[in-house]
Design a protein around this ligand. Structure first.
Ligand code: AKG
Ligand code: FE2
Length: 286
């Protein structure tokens, strides 16, 4: 197995391992090690069936059934989420604007995603890139004083802040808000495998628990700008057949709308379940 780093901050391509074959435990361990080190790993040139995508993902842990976003599941495969701008059953896809602000997957749930594995089956001729930033470096780069301040914060995640919320079907939105009320998670989390500390705040954070929106906003804004500085980012330019796997505990990502929406862009995602976390809170005070 060979790895090829894709940027200074994070990301590596992996070659020389057949992920649709019967992977040995040591191959899985080697992939896991590369993933822990680079946070985002990329496999190229694949032709995955849903069953192969699911089988490979399961080698790394239990999969989420995507009950938090049930309208985006692939028919017959609750372990696969469709991220697509192609109409579904004659209706606009609910995921056509998914991921257009910086976030970590399922942060608005009581079981934030450990990792995600996104597979590209169709892409526009240009654009439709995804950017990733390294939240462990972002934490590490803060001053000791700032670290001690954010160490005590609880970030409140609010489903209404997902991208494209206003363009979603309002009836489905009401349903989703019931399943996903505002929830607070630690603003700094320790990775269960590596012990690395990483920031956990995003453009979907409404406020810090115990503080008003007005008090929280400048700090959230600063932390997001600090985390997403270009030198802390890897920008993935998709090819059909790419499988990109990211660790949601040490990264955020952003799907760019830098493409012609009349061109199909179609992805399938598995989500590795994280640990249960968080407590439900009332919506923010202004
Ligand atoms: O479409 C993309 O590039 C990413 C969308 C997203 O945020 C996700 O699949 O988690
Ligand atoms: Fe996402």
């Amino acid at each position: 197995m060979e790895t090829n780093r894709l940027s200074h901050a994070l990301g590596a391509e992996i070659y020389g391992v057949n992920i649709v074959g019967d992977l040995s435990n040591s191959e899985v361990e080697a992939i896991h090690d590369a993933w822990r080190e680079h946070h985002v790993i990329v496999f190229r040139g694949l032709e995955l069936t849903p069953a192969q995508h699911i089988a490979f993902s399961l080698r790394f842990g239990a999969l989420d059934d995507h009950a938090a976003t049930p309208h985006e599941r692939l028919d017959g495969h609750p372990e696969l989420l469709e991220v697509t701008n192609k109409p579904k059953k004659g209706q606009p896809s609910q995921s056509r604007n998914a991921g257009r602000n910086w976030h970590s997957d399922y942060s608005y749930t009581g079981r934030p995603a450990a990792a995600s594995m996104l597979y590209c089956t169709e892409k526009p001729p240009v654009g439709g890139d995804t950017m990733f930033c390294n939240m462990a470096r972002a934490y590490d780069d803060l001053s000791d004083k700032m670290k001690s301040v954010v160490d005590d914060f609880q970030s409140v995640y609010d489903f209404t802040l997902v991208s494209g919320a206003a363009k979603r079907d309002p009836a489905k939105m009401v349903e989703l808000l019931k399943v996903n009320p505002p929830i607070a998670h630690p603003c700094v989390r320790t990775h269960p495998d590596s012990g690395v500390k990483a920031l956990y705040v995003s453009e979907r954070t409404s406020h810090f628990d115990g503080m008003s929106r007005a008090e929280s906003a400048p700090i959230i804004d600063y932390l997001c700008r600090h985390a997403t500085r270009p030198e802390n980012v890897y920008r993935h330019q998709w090819r059909v057949g790419d499988l990109v796997s990211w660790d949601n505990r040490t990264t955020m990502h952003l799907a760019l709308g830098d493409f012609d929406p009349s061109q199909p862009r179609h992805m399938l995602r598995t989500t590795l379940q994280g640990q249960k976390s968080g407590y439900v809170v009332p919506p923010a005070e202004p």
